[in-house]
Design a protein around this ligand. Structure first.
Ligand code: NAI
Length: 332
C-alpha cells in the first residue's frame, strides 16, 4: 500500500524502513503535523500513519477520505486525537498499536519520580559547577510510602509493580478494576486515593470523563506536598490548577511527560525562537517541576514494536488476514 507518515522524524524513518525491509509498502515520510493545511499531502495515499499530536478531526478526515485514504494507522496506543464517529461515518478504518512497550512508559514515570525526589537534575548542574552543597536536595525514602495509581491498565500495573518493589503500598483507582492485578494493588475510591497517596501517577486515557480529572477540587483533597506524575495525557490535568497547587506548596513535586497544549511545542526544536505559551513557561520556573517532551515511549524496543505492529495492521487491513487492532467509535 502507499502510506503517508505524518509528524515523521528521522528515527521513525529508521525503524519503519527496517520493518518494511522487503519493501512491500511504499512509505512517504512527511515531517509536517497532520492538520487541515497539510492533509492534501495525503491525496492518493491508501493509508495515513499518524502520531499523537496529529489532528484527525472531522474536517481532516473528510479531506483524507476525499483524497482516497481508507485506513488511518495510528503509531500510538492513545486515540483521543481521532474523531472516531466521523471516521466510522466516512468508512475510514482506524487502527492503533495497543501495546508497544508498557515498560518504556512505566519506567519513565519512575525515572521522573526518582529524579524529582532526589533532585538529580539539580545535583547534576551543581556538581558540574563545583557546587557540592546539599542544601535544597533533601529527598525522602520511598519505602513505606503510599503510591496512588490512577488507571490500572498495562502501564499502570507495571508502574505499580515497580513501586511495590521499592517497598511502597499501592492504592489504585480504575472504573474497571483488573481481577488479574497482583494482590498488593488495593483498589480504593478516588477520594481515598487522594487522601492517602504521597505520590500519584496518572495512567488513564484521555476521555470526556478524565478531561481535567486533576483539577482544583481534586488537588484540594490530596496530601500536602504530594508528588504528581503525569505520563498519560496532558489534558487529564488542569494546568492552571496545578500551578496554583505548586505556588501554595500543596503540590510538592510535579513530573510531566505530557502537557495540555503540547501540540504546539513537543517534538520540535524551538530553542532558537520565543515560546509564547506563558503557562508552560511558568511551569518551567519551579525548581520542583521536571518536564520531558513526551518521551516516555521512546525506547529502542518500543519504536521497533510500533513500526512492526503498524505495518502488521496495514498488512491485515490489505489482506483481510491477521490481526487488525481496530478502534471504533464505541471505544472513544
Ligand atoms: P490501557 O488501556 O491498558 O489502560 C488504561 C486504564 O485506564 C484502563 O484500565 C481503564 O479502565 C483506565 N481508566 C479509564 N478511565 C479511567 C478513569 N476515569 N479513572 C481511572 N482509570 C481509568 O492503556 P495503557 O496502555 O496502560 O496506557 C495508558 C495511557 O498512557 C494511554 O491512554 C496513553 O494516553 C498514555 N500513554 C502515554 C505514552 C507516553 O509516551 N507518554 C505512551 C503510551 C501511552
Amino acid at each position: 500500500m502507499r502510506i503517508a507518515l505524518f509528524s515523521a522524524k528521522p528515527y521513525d524513518g529508521t525503524f519503519f524502513k527496517r520493518a518494511n525491509k522487503d519493501k512491500r509498502h511504499t512509505l512517504s515520510f512527511f515531517e509536517a503535523r497532520l492538520t487541515e493545511d497539510t492533509a492534501p499531502l495525503a491525496a492518493q495515499y491508501d493509508a495515513v500513519c499518524a502520531f499523537v499530536n496529529d489532528g484527525l478531526d472531522a474536517s481532516v478526515l473528510q479531506q483524507l477520505h476525499d483524497g482516497g485514504t481508507r485506513l488511518v494507522a495510528l503509531r500510538s496506543a492513545g486515540f483521543n486525537h481521532v474523531d472516531l464517529t466521523a471516521a466510522d461515518q466516512l468508512g475510514i478504518t482506524v487502527a492503533r498499536v495497543p501495546a508497544y512497550s508498557p515498560y518504556a512508559v512505566a519506567e519513565h514515570a519512575v525515572a521522573l519520580l526518582l529524579s524529582l525526589n532526589r533532585q538529580t537534575y539539580r545535583a547534576y548542574n551543581r556538581v558540574r559547577e563545583g557546587n557540592f552543597s546539599l542544601n535544597g536536595l533533601l529527598g525522602f525514602d520511598l519505602h513505606g510510602k503510599n503510591v496512588g495509581v490512577i488507571g490500572t491498565g498495562q502501564i499502570g500495573l507495571i508502574f505499580a509493580d515497580i513501586m511495590h518493589g521499592f517497598g511502597c503500598r499501592i492504592v489504585a483507582s480504575d472504573p474497571f478494576p483488573d481481577p488479574q492485578a497482583k494482590p498488593f494493588v488495593e483498589y480504593v475510591p478516588l477520594t481515598t486515593l487522594y487522601a492517602q497517596a504521597d505520590i500519584i501517577s496518572l495512567h488513564c486515557p484521555l476521555t470526556p470523563d478524565t478531561h481535567h480529572l486533576i483539577d482544583a477540587e481534586a488537588i484540594a483533597q490530596m496530601k500536602d506536598g504530594v508528588m504528581l506524575i503525569n505520563t498519560g495525557r496532558g489534558r487529564v490535568v488542569d494546568t492552571q490548577a496545578v500551578i496554583a497547587g505548586l505556588k501554595s506548596g500543596k503540590i510538592g513535586h510535579l513530573g510531566l511527560d505530557v502537557y495540555e497544549e503540547e501540540e504546539q511545542l513537543f517534538f520540535e526544536d524551538l530553542s532558537q525562537g520565543v515560546i509564547d505559551d506563558d503557562q508552560f513557561m511558568r511551569l518551567t520556573t519551579f525548581h520542583n517541576v521536571l518536564i520531558t517532551g513526551h518521551q516516555a515511549f521512546f525506547t529502542h524496543e518500543a519504536l521497533t514494536n510500533i513500526a512492526e505492529t503498524t505495518l502488521a495492521n496495514i498488512d491485515a487491513f490489505e489482506s483481510g488476514q491477521g490481526t487488525l487492532h481496530q478502534v471504533k467509535a464505541s471505544q472513544g
